[in-house]
Design a protein. Structure first.
Length: 312
């Protein structure tokens, strides 16, 4: 059985809306583009694991993007596989090129072409996740199962070299084999019949929805985000409102519902509760048009000057 807590990270969802609305001349463009590429690569790595997870035959729970608090700090786990007798933590790394990991020092380097980059120690990272998950489960009424952390290198062009002995760092093609080894090792562990579901529900109950801190990190960014309804055809330009329809001046694509994804972008950037004036400015339309669209797609709160709308 599979339970998915989230698909994309909040930062990636927000960046997907912001980047097409940001000019290359903006002082934020270069840094945000690099951040977007990192988030996209991480998401691609997490998604690639599904091919292998979907082939697991035994009964288990799968939590994607678990985010919880332990020891007064937050912990985020890419993939958590809860089996009847053990738990696997999967930390995915979507790095390509030559990867060299020194098991004694924790030094992890990536080399692409002539460029070498020092990365965080992923084994130490996943061990910290195990420590925090252990703390969480110990606060439950359920016995603590064995917890196996794994670092999974997901990029097809990754060429890893591990100096020393580190069995918990593998390429994704070896994931199913490693899972079988771990599960078989703990197959004799006794747990109650309903243990699997109860423990999974306990962990899910401590999951928190993660919020993006992107706009807090870049306080002046909002002033650089362009307004308008992006073309739902070519996606490159902003559409024009003509007789209750949206028309792209470049590709001539027409879409009466093009404001829906624009309102979704507005919600990601400004939050759920918005005013008619804010939406009119963001969609680059007159206030009376914005009010009409909001009445069809959002929940009105208050009246007259105190009116706001809850975007969904």
């Amino acid at each position: 059985m599979t339970t998915i807590l989230r698909e994309k990270s909040p930062d990636l969802e927000l960046l997907e809306e912001i980047m097409p609305r940001l000019d290359a001349s903006s002082p934020y463009f270069k840094e945000l583009k690099e951040r977007y590429l990192i988030e996209s690569a991480g998401y691609e790595g997490e998604q690639s694991i599904y091919y292998y997870i979907n082939q697991i035959q035994s009964d288990f729970f799968h939590l994607h993007g678990l985010y919880f608090q332990a020891h007064r700090s937050k912990c985020q786990i890419d993939h958590l596989l809860i089996f009847p007798h053990c738990i696997l933590i999967l930390e995915t790394k979507h790095y390509k090129g030559e990867l060299r990991y020194h098991s004694q020092t924790g030094i992890f380097e990536q080399k692409v072409g002539n460029r070498s980059v020092r990365r965080r120690d992923p084994v130490a990272q996943v061990e910290m996740q195990r420590h925090k998950l252990t703390t969480l489960i110990k606060s439950s009424p359920y016995p603590l199962p064995p917890i196996q952390p794994l670092v999974v290198l997901t990029h097809d062009e990754a060429i890893p070299t591990i100096e020393g002995n580190e069995p918990n760092m593998i390429i994704s093609q070896r994931l199913l084999q490693r899972i079988d080894e771990v599960v078989m090792t703990h197959a004799e562990t006794y747990n109650q019949e309903d243990y699997l579901e109860n423990l999974a529900q306990f962990i899910v109950s401590h999951h928190e929805n993660r919020q993006s801190q992107l706009l807090n990190d870049y306080p002046g960014l909002l002033a650089h985000i362009k307004s308008g309804v992006r073309c739902t055809g070519c996606g490159d330009v902003f559409m024009e409102r003509t007789y209750s329809n949206w028309v792209c001046p470049t590709c001539h694509h027409q879409d009466r519902s093009a404001h829906i994804p624009a309102l979704r972008a507005c919600r990601l950037i400004f939050g759920d509760n918005v005013t008619c004036q804010l939406v009119a400015k963001f969609l680059a339309i007159p206030p009376h048009t914005a009010r009409r669209l909001l009445k069809r797609t959002a929940k009105q709160i208050g009246e007259k000057r105190g009116t706001s709308y809850i975007l969904v």
